[in-house]
Design a protein around this ligand. Structure first.
Ligand SMILES: [Zn+2]
Length: 348
């Protein structure tokens, strides 16, 4: 979408406005569900911890799908009108290092030219992609199973370690963004065998913030923009903030490639895990209201109608230490966003 010279196409409508908070699965509680219901936040995204533990935390989440107590919580959320989604760094789970001895060629080559059983896959290995896609489709089924009203949106991110993509002779011609999109296109194709309405996120984040150049998104791939390298306490539009200028620079090209209709923002406004240095106990959290308000205005002007934020480390242990978390600025903006009329889409 080109915001400078939009041409209205009346037949194409944008997705209904929506928003979510991402919390760790173990933080999901009646408190969080009631909080979202009270504040009018329509979706909770469950986000297993990433990094070194990503394969284990994702496996744990899948096990929780079989746990009656946890499934009852999911049902309670749905009864209160809150949708549940799952967002995670999934590659280490989809391609476990235990496969390395049998299939080293499935794994990435590092910059030293060695195949290594870590981080991401070799995207030039069709066999690896097939294996990953089957594991992804299985995970998609298991995650949707306890839900009465699944959104059909999936978020199976690549590993986010910098330098973690494949550097083999074939793959090195593809940017990290192209490598990610190649994998996501393949995964979505597999998920759609079961769930024909499935959509899958391309995560514009860290090394994948520049738009893919050689791979095109298949139908059903949508943009998720997560500006992790931004300054969290300066509005994105601040003229004198190099970090934020650099973070937002690729946005126009990203929206142009992926489309604005179903594009989603994933922000850090309420990410108390980040502000606590990813170490429990959580620190006291103070919402940066000015940044939240300014950033919402910016994203809405670009045409985003789906705006979410990490909100980890604000669960029961936070409440026991500090009382109820104040997330009113985010909630106010979400409520205003949800009241926006569905408008016709501007496309160039
Ligand atoms: Zn490769």
């Amino acid at each position: 979408m080109n915001n400078q010279s939009p041409v209205i196409t009346p037949t194409q409508t944008s997705s209904a406005p929506t928003a979510s908070v991402l919390v760790h699965p173990e933080e999901l509680s009646h408190v969080w569900i009631d909080r979202c219901a009270a504040y009018g936040i329509p979706t909770i995204g469950l986000h297993p911890v990433g990094g070194q533990a990503a394969a284990d935390t994702m496996a744990s989440l899948l096990c929780m799908m079989e746990d009656d107590t946890f499934c009852a919580l999911l049902s309670y959320a749905e009864e209160r009108g809150i949708a549940i989604e799952y967002e995670m760094h999934a590659m280490r789970y989809f391609l476990p290092s235990s496969e390395f001895s049998r299939h080293p060629e499935w794994f990435r080559e590092n910059e030293a030219g060695e195949r290594v059983p870590d981080l991401n896959c070799c995207v030039s290995s069709t066999e690896a992609l097939d294996y990953i896609a089957v594991r992804a489709a299985d995970a998609a089924r298991r995650l949707a199973k306890p839900l009465s009203h699944p959104t059909h949106r999936y978020f199976f991110w690549m590993d986010d370690a910098r330098g973690g993509f494949c550097h083999c002779e074939k793959c090195r011609r593809l940017s990290p963004s192209d490598q990610q999109l190649l994998v996501m296109n393949r995964i979505l194709k597999e998920i759609r065998r079961d769930d024909k309405n499935a959509a899958l996120a391309y995560l514009a984040y860290c090394e994948c913030t520049e738009p893919p150049k050689t791979v095109k998104p298949d139908d059903g791939i949508f943009l998720e923009f997560a500006p992790f390298d931004r300054d969290f306490h300066t509005p994105l539009t601040a003229a004198d903030c190099e970090k934020n200028s650099a973070s937002t620079a690729p946005l126009s090209a990203l929206l142009s490639l992926f489309g604005t209709d179903d594009a989603k923002v994933l922000e850090y406004w309420l990410d108390n895990s980040l502000y606590s240095g990813w170490k429990k106990p959580p620190k006291a959290f103070c919402e940066d209201k000015a940044v939240v308000h300014a950033d919402f205005a910016y994203y809405k002007a670009l045409g985003f109608t789906d705006i979410s934020t990490f909100a980890c480390y604000l669960g029961a242990d936070y409440e026991a230490l500090y009382g109820d978390a104040d997330i009113r600025a985010f909630a106010e903006e979400v409520n205003a966003l949800l009241l926006m009329p569905q408008h016709t889409s501007a496309v160039n």
